[in-house]
Design a protein around this ligand. Structure first.
Ligand code: AMP
Length: 113
C-alpha cells in the first residue's frame, strides 16, 4: 500500500508542490504551523529517520543540500528557518514516510512543545 506522500508524488492526491527533482519533492503542509510550512520528502520510502540505513546516506545528504535551494526560492533563507524531523509516537510522527518539516516566516520558540 502506498504512503500518503507516495500518492502526492504520483499525483494521485493534490498538493501545492514548490520543488521537485529526481530524488525528492517539497510541498506545502496542509496544516501549517508557521507562515511557511513545507515538507521535504524523499521519493524513496524511508519509514522514519530512526530507521534510516547506510545505503540511504546519499538520499539523506541530498535532502540536506536541497534545503538552501528551497529556502532561497521560497524567500526565507535570510530570515532563518527551522528543520524538524519527527520520529515515532513520542516524536509526533503521523506519516510513516520520512519527511523534513521546513518552518519559516515567524520567530520560532524553543523548546518545542
Ligand atoms: P508528522 O506528524 O511529522 O508525521 O508530519 C506529517 C505532516 O503531514 C503533518 O504536518 C500534516 O499536516 C501533513 N499532511 C498530512 N496530510 C497532508 C496532505 N495531504 N498534504 C500536505 N501535508 C499533509
Amino acid at each position: 500500500m502506498s504512503t500518503l506522500f507516495e500518492k502526492i508524488i504520483a499525483r494521485e492526491i493534490p498538493a501545492d508542490i514548490v520543488y521537485e527533482d529526481d530524488i525528492c519533492i517539497c510541498f506545502k503542509d496542509i496544516e501549517p504551523q508557521a507562515p511557511t510550512h513545507l515538507l521535504l520528502v524523499p521519493k524513496k520510502v524511508i519509514t522514519g529517520i530512526g530507521l534510516a540505513q547506510a545505503q540511504d546516506a546519499q538520499i539523506l545528504g541530498h535532502l540536506m543540500v536541497t534545503i538552501p535551494t528551497i529556502a532561497q526560492q521560497q524567500g526565507f533563507a535570510s530570515d532563518g528557518f527551522r528543520v524538524t524531523i519527527n520520529h515515532g509516537s513520542d516524536g509526533g510522527q503521523t506519516v510513516d514516510h520520512l519527511h523534513l518539516h521546513l518552518l519559516a516566516g515567524r520567530s520560532l520558540t524553543w523548546p518545542p512543545g
